[in-house]
Ligand binder design. Structure first.
Ligand code: ZN
Length: 498
């Protein structure tokens, strides 16, 4: 095969892989949103069949020949095709190391585990979920050993979500965060408390749905390519730059929960919707890593969404939809939306205590993968860490270890990317601020100006660069968590008048 033929074959292969991913993704989305509870068995079978076909497609002789030809012509390839080759080689090594029966069994296990986790969470009964979590941990350890016997197993897990992230980097990063967040929280505890009780003012779900529409329009999400579904635990699924699904949930006594979920998931969607056209249906389409993804979603949620300027911007719409809130000013709403207070639930946590929730999960995952703790002891460990890091008591497993869906989906190693993404976001804000007045752009509803900047520096590149390369290009230098700790100190000093 010459270079042209090889690339032609590669395009065909990646289109087929895209199609399997698309079909399985739709099934998962259906499962999470509207499928009846009884659909778990047939969906498991279909998922099993599709994942086996997709596994064979990606690891079979055809794929192998294409990879060999790509490597043979490597020096003649464009930077895009070099990256596709590298990604393909990494993926091939991973898949071929795991026997096909185990790969299929794992996919079926995850389908079942997701359903059991939901039931366990509803009943607040960890015992139901425990055997599944045990099997998922065992599978992750085994896969790590098979794919990268040279690597620490938890480093392998971290690398799955953020290429190049290691425990060494996490320890340094979390150490820096704790050194700034803990004293800042002490000061806040001693300061005048902010009244946020009015945030529980009943806000009908129907009115919140209308608010969601406005927020999506303000964020610049195209109606033809992005829809909003309703689920227990909000998430985003991007099938291609033409079809991204975001989700939320409505609590009538906590409207900010949905408001910030919509803005957060909208940030993920924007990233997925703006890969360069030439990457469509290839392995370069869509976001490069979870860390970079979270840097975008959390940028919209916190840096834009919880800014004074943004609250001012959406305030008229909020009081139009919920007139009882008009008794409180824009400034009161902004402060209430930024109350920093240790709490039980990560997804509802404020911007300052949020990283502490991540550190709990990081410590848990490290111990799970090292085998330092029995699965039966995990809830006690969770509760003890919440006491140590956040100073609060966990009343039950529903509000404790069962609150997140990640582990039931095999997502061990995912959480640190949330904290890393937040820190990336603060450094992006700094860089953006050297070029234009970000606050002014928000104040004047020119979110498109901010989005245009991010599209140009991040989104359009899809997965072309490694996460650290992409971010360093955007920052114009190395990653430095000081931008994040400075941002937090500046912001909370203002919110609390410290
Ligand atoms: Zn997210």
């Amino acid at each position: 095969m010459n270079v042209q033929e090889t690339i032609q074959k590669l395009n065909e292969l990646e289109l087929q892989e895209f199609a399997y991913g698309h079909a399985m993704g739709i099934l998962s989305y259906d499962d999470e949103t509207v499928a009846p509870r009884g659909s778990v068995v047939p969906r498991g079978k279909t998922m099993g069949v599709l994942s086996e076909l997709s596994y064979k497609l990606s690891t079979g002789d055809g794929a192998r020949k294409i990879l060999d030809a790509l490597k043979e012509h490597y020096d003649e390839l464009s930077p895009e095709d070099k990256r596709r080759t590298d990604l393909r080689e990494k993926r091939m090594r991973e898949l071929r190391a795991i026997p096909v029966e185990e790969y299929v069994a794992y996919s079926e296990l995850l389908n079942e585990a997701g359903n059991v986790w939901r039931e366990a969470k509803n009943k607040s009964d960890y015992k139901l979920f425990e055997p599944y979590l045990g099997k998922i941990i065992d599978a992750q350890k085994r896969f790590a050993g098979l794919v990268r016997p040279d690597m620490d197993p938890y480093d392998y897990c971290l690398d799955q979500y953020e290429e190049g992230l290691t425990q060494e980097k996490c320890e340094a990063f979390f150490g820096t965060l704790r050194a700034h967040i803990v004293p800042l929280l002490e000061k806040i505890r001693a300061a005048e408390p902010i009244d946020d009780s009015f945030l529980a003012t009943p806000f009908p779900a129907e009115a919140q749905r209308e608010l969601s529409k406005k927020l999506m329009a303000l964020e610049g999400l195209p109606e033809d390519n992005c829809i909003l579904g309703e689920v227990e635990h909000p998430f985003t699924t991007g099938f291609s730059k033409y079809d991204v699904r975001i989700t939320t949930h409505y609590y009538e006594d906590a409207f900010l929960s949905s408001m910030y979920s919509v803005i957060h998931e909208g940030g993920h969607a924007l990233y997925d919707l703006h890969s360069d056209d030439r990457f469509c249906f290839t392995s370069l389409e869509g976001g490069v890593s979870m860390g970079v993804h979270e840097s975008q979603s959390r940028f919209y949620e916190n840096i834009i969404g919880r800014s004074r300027e943004f609250v001012d911007l959406v305030y008229p719409e909020i009081i139009r939809l919920c007139p009882a809130l008009a008794a409180h000013s824009e400034e009161e709403l902004w402060r209430a939306a930024n109350v920093a207070k240790p709490s039980l639930i990560r997804t509802e946590a404020d911007e300052l205590t949020y990283p502490l929730h991540i550190m709990v999960r990081y410590e848990m995952e490290k111990a799970m993968i090292k085998g330092d703790v029995k699965t039966s002891e995990l809830p006690q460990m969770w509760n003890a860490l919440y006491k140590e890091y956040l100073g609060i008591d966990v009343p039950d497993d529903k509000n404790g270890i069962l609150q997140d869906s990640h582990w039931s989906g095999g997502g061990i190693g995912y959480f640190p990317s949330y904290a890393l993404g937040s820190a990336y976001g603060a450094q992006l804000l700094h860089k953006m601020g050297e070029e234009f007045d970000v606050k002014e752009a928000i104040r004047t509803a020119q979110i498109a100006k901010i989005s245009g900047w991010l599209e140009d520096r991040i989104w359009k590149y899809g997965s072309l660069y490694k996460p650290s390369e992409l971010m360093e290009k955007a920052f114009g230098g190395p990653f430095d968590p000081a931008y994040y700790t400075d941002y937090l100190e500046r912001k909370f000093t203002e919110v609390y008048g410290l």
